[in-house]
Design a protein around this ligand. Structure first.
Ligand code: AMP
Length: 342
């Protein structure tokens, strides 16, 4: 989707992936299929590019360093280090004075036992690295045995987070240009099924004050990271006597699934904003075309594609990923309801 957005602006992409079936290979002329540790392939790839970006934050640090020694990598390398590690990410956000769930660093069953007392239960244990779509995390409840929980997670480093009694989950997709200018898309509301994003709707059902606060949080984080590109912040909206408060759950240094609605629902998509930002071009002012719902086609959902193709007002995106597997994101559908004609 990034490569297609680039092509529409007259820019060419070269894709590097270790997966021979990468769907991105189908839409670009120049592709490198090699391992992240293949220094020679990385160097040849970098030689062909003016600027390098990524749409997956778990790029090994060594890979990013080889590339950055040759061409600008945006967003910059230190951002990968902060966002690859849930502990570093939470520490960074907390230092900015932004709220998160209470959390503790956990490196053993004994430390987990101590953290369970400190944080309270229920709580959520998450591996510090490589967690997504609910993978590498579990709820810890009263009566659970810390040794058993630790063994089941099979990791060396984790964090224990307080369980947040949120009323809704929202996200902000923000773009920050090389000149520091930030443009946010309208705040999106997200619903998960089995820890995987299923629906995103825009705008989120929150007050303008809450939406403004969410955008300000995204802008503060992006500016503190000296970020260039598109950035996502997932937040919990927690009800309280004096109105809702916002806690940051996670940040993502890339275009984000909860921003896929922008392809069909806004004047500029998150993909185009990212390409503009890394190219050093002015960002667009994204205007939403109406009330938008994005539905992920997960696993066998994709088998219904023909049904979706006939639904009035919907746009169907199929990723060409091959065989559906449970939990695999195979495509998405966007429905845009324009405001009533005046
Ligand atoms: P994550 O991988 O951190 O984005 O978590 C996936 C989903 O699990 C979130 O979108 C929430 O629905 C849920 N979740 C994660 N952390 C917490 C928490 N501390 N309290 C309550 N629910 C959580």
């Amino acid at each position: 989707m990034l490569a297609m957005a680039a092509a529409r602006l007259g820019l060419r992409c070269q894709v590097f992936s270790s997966d021979p079936d990468s769907p991105a290979f189908d839409v670009v002329q120049n592709a490198t299929c090699a391992e992240y540790a293949d220094v020679e392939a990385l160097e040849l790839f970098a030689n062909d590019c003016d600027v390098i970006t990524y749409e997956f934050e778990n790029i090994p640090a060594g890979t990013a360093m080889v590339l950055a020694a040759r061409k600008p990598v945006l967003p910059n390398l230190s951002i990968l280090q902060t966002t690859q590690d849930r502990l570093a990410e939470k520490d960074f956000v907390t230092k900015l004075g932004i709220g998160t769930a209470a959390y503790a660093d956990v490196g053993s069953a004994a430390e987990l036992r101590t953290a369970m007392t400190k944080i309270g239960l229920p709580a959520v244990i998450k591996t510090r690295r490589f967690g997504y779509d609910g993978k590498g995390q579990a709820i810890v409840r009263e009566g659970d045995d810390p040794q058993q929980v630790w063994d089941d997670l099979s990791t060396r480093s984790a964090i224990l987070e307080a369980f947040v009694p949120f009323e809704r989950e929202i996200s902000v997709i923000a773009a920050r240009g090389a000149d520091g200018h930030v443009e946010c898309f309208d705040v999106t509301e997200n619903q998960h099924r089995d820890h995987i994003l299923k629906f995103s709707t825009a705008p989120a059902d929150v007050s303008e004050a809450v939406a403004a606060q969410a955008r300000a949080i995204a802008e503060k984080i992006a500016s503190a990271l000296d970020y260039v590109g598109v950035f996502a912040v997932e937040l919990f909206v927690v009800p309280g006597e004096n109105g809702p408060t916002l806690l940051v759950n996670e940040t993502a240094p890339r275009v984000h699934n909860s921003g896929h609605w922008t392809l069909d629902g806004a004047s500029v998509s998150q993909f185009e904003q990212h390409i503009r930002a890394i190219a050093g071009w002015p960002l667009g002012k994204p205007l939403r075309h109406g009330q938008v719902t994005m539905t992920n086609l997960i696993g066998d959902d994709v088998l219904d594609y023909a049904k979706w193709l006939t639904v009035p007002g919907t746009t169907v995106h199929l990723y060409g990923k091959g065989a559906p597997r449970p939990g695999r994101k195979m495509g998405h559908v966007t429905e845009v309801t324009p405001p009533a004609a005046k």
